[in-house]
Design a protein around this ligand. Structure first.
Ligand SMILES: Nc1ncnc2c1ncn2[C@@H]1O[C@H](COP(=O)(O)OP(=O)(O)OP(=O)(O)O)[C@@H](O)[C@H]1O
Ligand SMILES: [Mg+2]
Length: 425
């Protein structure tokens, strides 16, 4: 309460007098970032580098739109951070900017994260088209047929060509329904004036295979696969962004090539290398250094791996998180090794406390294996004095980080006294 009160009063009194000096002024003198925001995920690069082949493939797929013909549907597949969204942005900008474009073009982009059903998707798209917000469709209440008819009506009013870009399309659980209606709208007479094309973007390469055969036959999509970036492509992406984000010559060559090499060894993810260089830049700034070196990139990689492991952990099934919580609690007693059976006993207790039936000991061993594979814990085979074997488990990351990732699980089970000192209130 007291903290809340102080915060409120701070918010109200924030007009600094021009001559006022602040404690922040003393924090760092070093000139590292020229524009740190250029390393943020939402930053849109003006040029795409190292993806000439994909750009060309994409532009060819959009050639019918450029020529005013009926669009093909296009689907993009590729892992995280391989440029699907960035390249789409660039290609569509080029298309819209062309003076020779043979059609009136409307692009309707939508990120489907959080859009769970085709019904919601159609409402969101209809509302992008409805000119007056007073007439927006509410998120519930209308029958599905009404929602589709409003949407097609609005879409048909714009004429020309409409491209609907469905980024992260796999988030929509019953996407078949939308795709079926959208691809057949022209032949069913729902669209007579507007030519509709769909662009679907997904990290799930099996996405197309899971669609119903009806949808697949009407979709007739062109597929563009985005492979992971190699080290030299990542280096190009990095150099371009470093030029904008940092002052000249701040980031060393070795730092760039090292970050690119780490990225290509991992998953060829451009977002990851941009994150690495940003974290390394933060270290340099916080420590008052003049350069971002490969040593700092290495340190950044350690932090990045912790963050990545922790976000994977936070998304694991509840039973596995209970195992991880039990291990965190056991690790805080310094005396004994955590064997599989000790871990299983505490896991079972925790599971019962929250009304879960504990899984069998054999199944729990699969969980330990999964956590080990994900680099969240380390399980070592040891030998006892009688020649038998057993496994000993430990966390691979600081306990406090693990506890933060397990916050929801801890909320339901409660804070164990062993870890009380590590759990933030
Ligand atoms: N070829 C490139 N040139 C310049 N910047 C790039 C390039 N490819 C990716 N980037 C940058 O890398 C980051 C990740 O790329 P992007 O968001 O396009 O990945 P994605 O394939 O859409 O990933 P996700 O599936 O996670 O959404 C963005 O900041 C983007 O601007
Ligand atoms: Mg994307």
């Amino acid at each position: 309460m007291v903290e809340g009160f102080l915060w409120c009063s701070l918010v109200e009194v924030t007009t600094p007098t021009p001559a006022m000096t602040s404690a922040f002024d003393d924090l760092s003198e070093s000139a590292i970032f020229e524009n740190r925001d250029a390393l943020a995920d939402e930053y849109i690069p003006s040029e795409i580098v190292g993806r000439d082949e994909k750009k060309e493939e994409y532009m060819n797929a959009l050639l019918p739109v450029y020529k005013g013909e009926s669009p093909d549907n296009i689907f993009l597949y590729g892992q995280n951070g391989v440029g699907k969204t960035a390249v789409t942005h660039w290609v569509l900008n080029q298309l819209e900017a062309s003076e020779n474009l043979q059609t009136e073009l409307a692009v309707l982009p939508i990120n489907c994260e959080g859009v769970n059903t085709s019904y919601q998707l159609t409402i969101e798209l209809a509302n992008q088209l409805i000119p007056n917000s007073e007439n927006y469709l509410p998120s519930t209440g209308h029958p599905e047929s009404k929602v589709y008819s409003v949407f097609f009506n609005q879409l048909d009013k714009i004429g020309g060509t409409a491209l609907i870009v469905l980024d992260e399309i796999d988030h929509v659980a019953n996407i078949d329904t939308f795709l079926y209606k959208a691809t057949r709208a022209a032949s069913y007479g729902d669209l007579t004036e507007t030519k509709l094309g769909l662009i679907g973007i997904s990290t799930d390469t099996a996405f197309g295979e899971n669609l119903s055969s009806d949808v697949r036959s009407s979709l007739r999509e062109r597929v563009i696969e985005f492979p992971p970036y190699d080290a030299s492509q990542l280096e190009q992406v990095l150099r371009q962004r470093v030029d904008t984000a940092f002052y000249e010559d701040v980031v060393t060559n070795a730092a760039i090539t090292y970050a690119a090499a780490l990225g290509s060894k991992n998953s060829g993810d451009a977002r990851m290398v941009l994150d690495l260089i940003r974290i390394a830049g933060d270290y340099a700034r916080e420590r008052g250094k003049d350069h971002v070196t490969d040593d700092l990139v290495e340190e950044a990689m350690d932090e990045y791996e912790i963050e990545r492991s922790m976000s994977v952990l936070a998304d694991l099934p509840e039973n596995i998180k209970i195992v991880a919580y039990a291990l965190a609690v056991l690790e805080e007693r310094e005396d004994e090794e955590v064997t599989s059976s000790i871990l299983y006993d505490l896991y079972s207790d925790f599971a019962q406390m929250v009304g879960h039936d504990p899984v069998s000991e054999r199944r729990a061993r699969d969980y330990y294996g999964r956590l080990d594979e994900l680099n969240i814990i380390e399980s070592q085979v040891k030998h006892d004095s009688s020649g038998g074997q057993y496994k000993s488990h430990s966390l691979n990351h600081p306990t406090s980080e693990v506890l933060t990732a397990l916050a929801d699980t801890i909320d339901t089970i409660g804070v164990h006294k062993n870890v009380q000192h590590l759990v933030e209130e």
